[in-house]
Design a protein around this ligand. Structure first.
Ligand code: ADP
Length: 965
């Protein structure tokens, strides 16, 4: 559609060059033709002049000859008719003779000068005198000279003895003859005779004008031969200066009986001959010259014009090109196309961009565009056009939807420029159709979001006001008018000071001013007295845009009251929490201490002689005690987890051994329930691992314990442990515990990790438990960097999988001594160990149950030991005798275990091994004890294994020391 180049085509510039050359050629041609024409005219003039001259010369010569011949014939006749005795006879005769003589004179007046008639005895002379009287004179014959004069002709009539002597005036004759010929003012009619020119136009000859000598010589030669001739030569003046360039023609003639040879010489000024042409054709020349000048002028003008036009054209073309380029760019950018329509609305042309925008080919669109306008818009468009035409508007703009080729609606904007003729008849229009779909969607979205916002604002219980920058109300959204301090009617356009009570207007105006000044949101709380009573509001002022500020005021009376209540409740809760913690700690201590005694004594009791029933009872006590301890442990654990106090204590240990040991715990139960139990370690499972062994054991015990618990007798349980190492040192350990037990309904699975959740929570439930196990396990798993996934099918069985994160160790690395020790402890016989590991032991303990338990244990182990009833006593006793090991209870009257340890360490250094004993099983208690100077710490209820292992290592230490010393 758009021409690529609007500069003039090359062929056109070539044409102009050709025109210029042609113009110059025409000028030359005209000049040449003009010159040639004049030359031709000139030549023609000269030639015709020559011919005329020639003719005239010939005519003149012949006329002279004829006239002279006629004269001579008359004279011959006259002489022949003479009678010798004319005068002698009578007068009549005389008269006749004289008459004849007079007639001859009359006939040849110019030629004849004198006639002498010679009779035998006398002579009569006739001539005209000066007064033109015909005079007759008689002479004696003898008086006449014998000699003939130069111009005298002699005619003799011998028979009658008469003769005539006629004197002719040739010069006059010639002049007279020549007057018959007109050669123009410059013409000269001359007679050449015997090397001399006779002027017939005397003035010039008199002035001494001459024909060039050389030409004269040539004339003489030709006359001698009797030839006529013509010459072009100089006509010189007396000083032999050139007077003019002449055309010279001569025609020879002879007059009998005069012997001389004559020629008529006609001379004309060549310039005068040709000058006639110029004068004759002067206007023609002038016209030609003017024409020439005009042609040149027109040519020059047209060249100049065409140059200017060219420049303008090329400039315009550039501008048009640029305009088209910009227009194309603009159309491309604005996603538009142009179209033209005639007065009937027929589309005569469409921009090809239509294809990219609506998908139609131009021809298709031009023909069917009306079909492609959405139905709801077609009438709108037609109406708009009709109105515009009838109102003679020169443009119209409208938005409408087009159906694209793919069938979607596309929003477009139509801008049409209408054209009318001088009579205001509609001629047609040019239009631009622009795709504004995106803008339209955005606008729609804005409108929608504005509507939404409005709906939100309307539904808000808050008092919303919009102000201008001067604090005048522009708009408001108030749902509950009973909250207003002043009525809103007529508020729009007024300032807040005009509406609000003064006490309120001032502080609020201040906040408003701050909002304007800082541009930041400002908050203010204020109290108002409204019919429903005193109420507290919180108002936020912020800029909506450069010209508007919005305030949202909320009734916070209730909130304030609530806050106050909450504060109090929180305080109470904090206190309750503190009480709970204290309660838990105390409970832990208080329950553990008796449990310690209870469970500690059982193994000792088992070693005594018992019948089967007693053994069974003891087993029940043992189980119940352990389960109670577990419950307490769980509750404590969960409360710790909840308060975020749970920490991991990592150690390096033999992983597979540890797992197997844990699994062994269940061997009794498994056997009891006749469960098909299998476990498997994957290839990648490392031998030594660093992680919190106890926590892992806790998880496993819980999950495997559940599996056994919820799998009926004869069921199947499998445990699979696999590992994936990452970055060599790290390992992810995956555990999978599968059972074919009772399973869990799908909708309950998610609930399992909620504390205290149990599927069967009835008081008659078959299975024991707190519902904390999985909740704790999940938290610990998360703490260890893993996650737990539970899959189950009700009635089919469950699958618990979890992964934890650990560090791989190798045997050749510096493994913790504990690992070795632990391994060695396996199968250790503790009875009467005092013999093998002798030690002097002090037990600081105030609780009598514990004392009883310890007493029983020590007896079994074979140790004699001292007892201190409190810390102070212990300090004193240490000073008095040498102890190797002090088993120090933490909570004691007078001086507690920690204080006592501090004192002992101060006075005796690290000589004595001090081991803490406490029901306070929290790790921070252990940490605190170790920090103060205790060597290790055992939590109650005391386990025989733990005590024996401590005694053993202490004894060995002393032994090694001794050996070294
Ligand atoms: P507890 O075992 O002390 O009740 P848990 O948190 O360990 O508490 O388990 C919560 C509940 O999840 C159990 O009471 C039981 O209903 C269900 N549950 C746990 N493990 C299994 C299992 N392997 N098969 C069926 N139900 C199970």
């Amino acid at each position: 559609m758009i021409p690529k180049d609007y500069s003039l085509p090359k062929s056109e510039t070539g044409l102009y060059r050709i025109l210029v050359v042609l113009g110059i050629f025409v000028v030359f041609l005209i000049t040449f033709l003009g010159l040639a024409f004049f030359q031709a005219l000139n030549d023609n003039q000269i030639n015709s002049s020559k011919t005329t001259l020639n003719k005239q010369a010939e005519l003149a010569s012949k006329q002279i000859e004829n006239r002279f011949t006629a004269f001579y014939d008359d004279m011959v006749f006259f002489v022949n008719n003479l009678e010798p005795d004319t005068y002698a006879v009578n007068d009549n005769e005389n008269l006749a003779f004289e008459k004849r003589a007079r007639r001859i004179f009359n006939n040849h007046r110019d030629l004849l000068d004198t006639v002498k008639v010679i009779f035998p005895n006398q002579a009569v002379i006739f001539h005209f005198d000066n007064r033109n009287n015909f005079v007759k004179t008689f002479f004696d014959k003898q008086q006449l000279s014998q000699e003939l004069g130069k111009n005298e002709i002699f005619l003799n009539n011998e028979s009658k003895n008469v003769a005539i002597r006629a004197i002719v005036n040739l010069e006059r004759f010639f002049i007279d003859e020549m007057t018959n010929y007109y050669l123009g003012i410059s013409g000269e009619k001359l007679i050449y005779c015997d090397g001399k020119l006779l002027g017939t136009h005397e003035q010039k000859l008199k002035k001494g004008f001459l024909i060039d000598e050389k030409i004269l010589e040539k004339i003489a030669a030709q006359v001698e031969e009797g030839l006529k001739g013509d010459f072009s030569g100089a006509f010189v003046n007396q000083n032999e200066e050139l007077e003019f360039e002449a055309l010279i023609h001569h025609y020879p003639f002879s007059i009998y009986p005069i012997k001389s040879k004559f020629t008529t010489v006609f001379v004309v000024n060549k310039n005068v001959v040709t000058s006639g042409i110029f004068s004759t054709h002067f206007y023609l020349i002038l016209a030609l010259l003017i024409l020439l000048a005009l042609v040149i002028l027109i040519l020059f003008k047209s060249i100049k014009n065409s140059q200017v036009t060219n420049e303008v054209l090329s400039k315009n073309a550039d501008e048009i090109s640029e305009l088209f380029r910009r227009q194309a760019l603009l159309l491309h950018e604005t996603k538009g196309f142009i179209y033209f329509q005639d007065s009937d609305g027929k589309m005569t042309s469409v921009g090809r961009e239509v294809k990219g925008i609506l998908g139609y080919d131009t021809e298709d669109f031009a023909l069917n565009y009306k079909k492609y306008i959405s139905k709801k818009d077609i009438a709108k468009l037609e109406k708009a056009i009709e109105v515009s035409i009838s109102n003679r508007k020169d443009s119209l703009s409208i938005e409408l939807d087009f159906k694209t080729k793919t069938g979607k609606l596309r929003r477009t904007k139509i801008f049409e420029r209408l054209e009318f003729d001088e009579n205001e008849n509609f001629l047609g229009n040019v239009g631009i159709c622009t795709d504004i779909q995106e803008k339209y969607e955005t606008e729609q979205e804005i409108v929608n979001s504005e509507n939404r916002l409005r709906a939100v604002l309307k539904s808000l219980p808050d008092l919303i006001f919009i102000y201008d920058n001067e604090g005048r109300y522009l708009d408001f959204h108030v749902k509950n008018k009973s909250l207003l301090v002043a009525p809103l009617e007529g508020a729009i356009g007024k300032k807040m000071s005009e509406i609000l009570p003064e006490s309120l207007a001032k502080p609020i105006q201040q906040v408003f001013n701050n909002t304007i000044k800082t541009g930041n949101m400002q908050t203010v709380e204020y109290e108002v007295d409204i019919p429903s009573g005193k109420r507290l509001f919180e108002a936020r002022f912020f800029r909506l845009d450069n010209d508007k500020v919005m305030s949202i005021a909320r009734d916070i009376t209730g909130q304030k009251l609530w806050e106050r209540g909450l504060m109090e409740a929180k305080k109470a809760a904090d206190q309750a929490n503190l009480a709970k913690s204290e309660f838990l700690a105390n409970m832990s201590h208080e329950i553990r201490t008796p449990m310690n005694g209870l469970l500690g004594i059982i193994p000792l009791l088992e070693t005594t002689h018992l019948d089967q029933t007693q053994k069974d009872y003891i087993q029940i006590i043992k189980d119940s005690g352990e389960s109670l301890l577990n419950i307490i442990k769980d509750i404590l654990d969960y409360s710790k987890i909840e308060s975020g106090e749970m920490t991991l204590y990592k150690s390096v240990f033999n992983f597979k051994n540890e797992i197997e040991k844990t699994l062994k715990i269940f061997s009794g139960l498994i056997k009891e329930k006749d469960i098909q139990f299998s476990f498997h370690f994957g290839q990648m499972v490392p031998e030594y691992v660093e992680l919190d062994k106890e926590k892992l054991r806790q998880i496993l015990i819980n999950i495997i314990g559940n599996a056994i618990k919820f799998t009926p007798d004869g069921g199947k349980i499998s445990v699979n442990i696999s590992a994936e190492s990452i970055f060599e040192k790290n390992v992810i350990l995956n555990f999978e515990v599968k059972d074919n037990g009772i399973g869990i309904p799908a909708d309950k699975i998610e609930m399992l990790t909620t504390p205290f959740f149990q599927l069967d929570s009835s008081s008659t439930k078959r299975h024991q438990g707190t519902g904390l196990g999985l909740a704790i396990s999940q938290k610990i798993i998360e703490l260890m960097g893993g996650e737990m996934i539970i899959k189950s099918e009700f009635g089919q069985g469950s699958e618990f999988t979890f992964s934890i994160f650990g560090t791989i160790w190798h045997k050749d690395e510096n493994l913790d001594v504990n690992v070795q020790e632990e391994e060695e402890l396996e199968g250790f016989v503790w009875k009467d160990m005092a013999q093998e590991f002798p030690l002097k032991i002090l037990l600081a303990e105030d609780n009598s149950t514990n004392l009883l338990f310890m007493d029983m244990l020590m007896i079994q182990l074979g140790y004699v030991y001292d007892v201190a009833r409190n810390g102070a006593e212990a300090v004193r006793m240490v000073k008095e005798s040498d102890y190797d090991l002090i088993l120090m209870d933490i909570q004691m009257p007078v001086m507690n275990g920690l204080e006592a340890t501090q004192v002992i360490r101060k006075s005796l250094g690290n000589k004595i091994t001090i081991v803490g004993l406490s029901a306070n099983a929290f790790q921070e208690d252990v940490d605190q004890a170790l920090e103060i100077g205790m060597d290790s710490y055992i939590s109650k209820p005391l386990k025989i294994n733990e005590i024996t292992s401590i005694i053993r290592s202490c004894s060995e230490k002393i032994h090694i020391k001794k050996e070294v010393n």
